[in-house]
Design a protein around this ligand. Sequence first.
Ligand SMILES: [Zn+2]
Length: 66
Amino acid sequence: MTTAIFVMGHCVACKNLITFHPDFVPSLAVNGAREPLCRTCVKRWGEIHKKPVTIHPDAYDAKVEE
Ligand SMILES: [Zn+2]
């Protein structure tokens, strides 16, 4: 049996609702909690900090368990 787990949340920076994979999504620590960042904000963060961030290919896909 294959189970797909969709995790939805708001991007910590732009507050857009996104679907992400909890193990792979890039995140920021906010008050001790890991908060997800959307693809657009990750790219923006990389440009601001001059440090391109590699996004996991499954970061914004459902988590699939078999
Ligand atoms: Zn965002």
